[in-house]
Design a binder for this molecule. Structure first.
Ligand code: BGC
Length: 732
């Protein structure tokens, strides 16, 4: 036998092997009764379900591992994954595809590991600062598109946990402290993401509002408080976005872990909100089979510890009925039809890099909040400047991003790794040099305070870029800028009163140096094109319009819980909660501030703040007038807003309500908002109908929303502490 004969033999053998193996994984393209797109997702799901074997059903309710996730089992099907956080087997003979999941908070994760590319959008807290549902939609569209280009058909984005404590390391992944703002924006993001034919997801349901001990904490809170705060954000997000999946969270709530919590998963989600999609556990958040299934968990991720063989055995022994298993499977199939992943199979393609840059830049321009602008130092007038000092660690090369499972990998670098501090190659120095030709732009890293002060002193203007890195899996111990950066700003601002501070942060920071500075721009984690957006704002090509979706407190002592409650040392993780064989939380966090989340807390406690919720400056000014409030089926609010300055701008108008005293609510709550574009001198009438629920309270005894009869004050203006218009209305 010569070599070529060997070759032919080997090739024949390999082909035969492939044919023996492949058909079982190749997706069936034949037409089935459920291929009829005119049928509803429910009907189509039922038609598929009738054809499925028990093993095929079990396949749908669990994951198959995640690269890097420790497990003893060797998974022979690991090659079917797409390098994402997990995958769920399909049913090839019935044309049901594999669900390929990827984290995608502000862009698609794990590009480095997989040799791909993803756009990093500004972080989610930044996107919330736009107060713009259309921008949220564009955000979702881009992520949905890039997921599909990379071979994924399910996103794990949609973070909606309210900012109860700004030290939460994942604050940058969420949409701020107000349920109506957060819910509306996340809903619009999900709606548009899912329109790209990916399974949308909203997470982490619910009350996973701190990272410390997140796997073992029991969160204690009253029913009323959660329905009016954190759960309301999810409720609105689900109504607006109709996500095909809800991810239950790690923590326990009022004594029971979220992924086996009947109140959360059945009473509220199914019965009260009529949610029809499926519930997926956070990674490692499943702690039982029978209990979790009965409570309403549909899919375990990323493993099959409870929803694999153990689930099958429970069905075979009659401990879980086939009907209960069918309910889980039906929900998953329904979501696959609803999102279109069956009708529009994923086709990999090349990510539109340029398109992504354009969107990332625009989003960043609309999400950076101008907090201070003394004597109108901004926008900078190039013609009047001879020199600029750019100061700050890495301000010559990049801008920081948020870590953990949200991390997007920057181009040209290897996989970022869990909790690496990742700087995106968007260089403030280069951008500002390019935008200010003829101006002498010098750089100092800020490593030596005297050098930095000297650089600042010798320039007309000093621009200091400072950062605060945060991530999943950690909380900040303080809201101060780390690494001596407060001292850096202090020194620079003492040397040059024309000091502009650009904050690259994932949450609020304290600002002991504020009074010395000329301007402060909150750029958040600004994404792939952050530096361009900063430059365009500083030099006035863009008029800033963003507003804070969370309060910046004066210091940690003003928080509802000045000291974070953390688990006992050494008492960490899943092992600790499973000590008795049954999942039990190891410590408690009591949210006794209840309804008083964010600005509602500072209002109620009469604590002055550094920068209030809803605050943000513009290069123009606006005047509010002519408020009319009338009640018909809904309360309708109309008013006029005028651009009284000399350049075009966008103003987010904010509507708050103060409920009658009998409601026992914090002083006021956001009940509506609308963003308007106005040319210089232009005015427009804004009209908003208020959702009756937003004026109601949650009555625990009756387990429903109730309007408290009495006199309501409607307040309108441009920030929670700047509400020039007010009117009263009696509601019954
Ligand atoms: C996070 C989720 C994430 C999942 C998969 C968990 O640790 O809490 O937000 O989607 O991992 O990476």
């Amino acid at each position: 036998m010569n070599w070529s004969k060997h070759g032919i033999f080997a090739a024949t053998f390999i082909f035969a092997l492939l044919f023996a193996v492949l058909p079982s994984f190749a997706q069936e393209t034949a037409t089935h009764p459920w291929s009829d797109r005119t049928l509803s997702p429910d009907v189509r799901a039922d038609l598929v379900l009738k054809e499925m074997t028990l093993d095929e059903k079990i396949d749908l309710i669990h994951g198959n591992g995640m690269p890097g996730w420790p497990e003893k089992k060797v998974r022979t099907n690991a090659y079917l994954g797409n390098g994402g956080a997990g995958f769920v087997l399909g049913v090839p003979r019935l044309g049901i595809p594999i669900i390929q999941m990827s984290d995608a908070a502000y862009g698609v994760r794990a590009s480095g590991e997989n040799g791909r590319y993803s756009t990093a959008l500004p972080s989610n807290i930044a996107s919330a600062s736009s107060w713009d549902p259309q921008a949220a939609c564009a955000y979702g569209t881009l992520i949905g598109r890039e997921l599909r280009a990379q071979g994924f058909n399910m996103t794990l984005g949609g973070g909606t946990n309210l900012t109860r404590d700004p030290r939460n390391g994942r604050t940058f992944e969420y949409m701020g402290e107000d349920p109506i703002l957060a819910g509306t924006l996340v809903g619009n993001r999900i709606k548009c993401e899912q329109a790209q034919h990916v399974i949308g997801d909203i997470k982490h349901y619910a009350l996973n509002d701190q990272e410390n001990g997140r796997n073992e904490v029991n969160v204690v809170i009253s029913k009323r408080a959660m329905r009016e705060s954190d759960l309301l954000a999810f409720q609105i997000g689900i109504e607006v976005g109709n996500p095909a999946a809800v991810m239950c969270s790690y923590n326990a709530l009022n004594g029971e872990f979220a992924c086996q919590n009947k109140y959360l998963l059945t009473e509220v989600l199914r019965k009260s909100w009529d949610y029809k999609g499926f519930v997926v556990s956070d990674w490692g958040g499943t702690h039982s089979t029978i209990k979790a299934s009965a409570a309403g968990l549909d899919n375990e991720e990323p493993l099959d510890l409870y929803y694999g063989e153990a689930f099958k055995a429970a069905v075979e022994s009659g401990k879980i009925s086939m009907a209960e298993l069918d309910t889980h499977v039906r929900r998953i199939l329904r979501s696959e039809f609803l999102s279109g992943i069956i009708d529009y199979p994923v086709q990999k393609s090349v990510v539109d890099v340029e398109g992504g840059f354009e969107i990332a830049r625009k989003m960043a321009e609309h999400s950076m909040v101008l907090l201070r602008n003394e004597n109108k130092i901004l926008p900078l007038d190039r013609a009047k400047l001879n020199s600029i000092a750019i100061i700050g660690p890495n301000a010559d090369t990049g801008m920081i991003s948020g870590g953990g499972s949200a991390q997007v990998d920057p181009p040209g670098r290897p996989n970022a790794g869990w909790q690496a501090h990742v700087w995106f190659p968007t260089s403030p120095l280069k951008t500002i040099r390019a935008m200010a030709p003829g101006v002498d732009v010098q750089f100092d890293s800020g490593a030596n305070l005297s050098d930095a002060a000297r650089a600042a002193k010798s320039a007309d203007v000093a621009i200091v870029f400072v950062h605060q890195w945060t991530s999943e899996g950690m909380d900040l111990t303080s809201l101060s800028l780390p690494d001596n950066q407060d001292a850096l700003i202090d020194q620079v601002a003492s040397a040059n009163p024309h000091t502009i501070v650009v904050l690259e942060t994932g949450t609020a920071v304290t600002m002991p140096w504020l009074g010395k500075t000329a301007a402060v721009l909150e750029a958040w984690y600004a994404g792939s094109k952050g530096a361009d957006a900063v430059g365009n704002i500083l030099f006035g090509a863009v008029n800033p319009s963003a507003k804070l979706p969370m309060t910046f407190p004066r210091n940690e002592n003003d928080l509802p819980h000045p000291k974070l409650v953390v688990p006992a040392a050494g008492d960490l993780g899943l092992a600790a909660i499973m000590r008795t064989g049954e999942a039990k939380p190891t410590f408690e966090v009591t949210y006794d501030e209840g309804l008083e989340v964010g600005y509602k807390w500072y209002d109620a406690e009469k604590k002055p703040v550094l920068f209030p919720f809803g605050f943000g400056l513009s290069y123009t000014t606006y005047a509010y007038s002519n408020l009319k409030v009338s009640s018909g089926k809904e309360v309708s609010v109309t008013f006029t807003v005028k651009n009284t300055g000399n350049r075009a701008g966008e103003e987010t108008t904010e509507i708050y309500a103060a409920l009658p005293a009998a409601a026992k609510e914090p002083p006021k709550r956001l009940v509506g908002f609308q963003k308007v574009h106005l040319n210089a001198g232009e005015s427009t009438d804004v009209s908003v109908n208020l959702d009756p629920r937003f004026l109601s309270i949650y009555d625990e005894a009756k387990d429903t929303w109730e309007l408290v009869p009495g006199t309501y004050s409607i307040l309108v203006g441009g920030a929670s502490e700047n509400l020039p218009l007010g009117s009263k209305i009696d509601l019954h």
